[in-house]
Design a protein around this ligand. Sequence first.
Ligand code: MD3
Ligand code: FE
Length: 213
Amino acid sequence: MNSPVAIVPGCLYWPGWLDREGQEALAEELRHVLAEAPLFTPLMPRTGKPFSVRMSNCGPLGWVSDVGGYRYQETHPETGRPWPPFPPMLSRAWEELAGRAPAPEACLINWYGPQARMGLHQDRDEEEFSAPVLSLSLGDTALFRIGGTTRSDPTRSLRLASGDALLLSGPARLAFHGIDRLYPGTSTLLKQPGRINLTLRRVRQAGAGEIRP
Ligand code: MD3
Ligand code: FE
């Protein structure tokens, strides 16, 4: 599995966690997920301004955003259907990298076109912050930035390339982070220019029987 690199406390990084063959297999699994749960354009709460990133989800719960707010829900906001199950490679990735944590309940799929970005934010719509978040990147390289738990804390930047894995736990779980830019043309994996980021998350608090010793 290779030793991870610590980026900031609680943020572990596995460059090239998936080789090209693994990336292709995961991209193929995602094509099936996205056929069932098409990408949608989330809107900012209150203002209704569209995100530059398009999104979908798989697993029991999915993260959505519209004028009414941010939330996790069991169905796709446009089709009304339940989210498709986690494809096998995502369950295995959690098993391998997040180990003892309770099972994930949501995987947010972010699709970035060449001009898309994601402003500095915290992920705090979950009820469970003691479980880690696991991120996998596919396609073009992106410039990722992570700081501390206050917006004005100093930040570190990292290029996330296709096949890279990142695990956020402990003090990094509530760190401000974002994507400043893409480097178009840095990967030939996807059939169109752009990038996919997958984030596996625990949403609800785990029951007593679910925490592995
Ligand atoms: C640090 N995604 O989906 S992945 C997100 O590349 C998100 O699409 C970015 O931020 C992307 O919320 C960054 C790395 C990441 C994901 C979740 C985190 C870093 C995180 C949650 C807490 C702290
Ligand atoms: Fe985030």
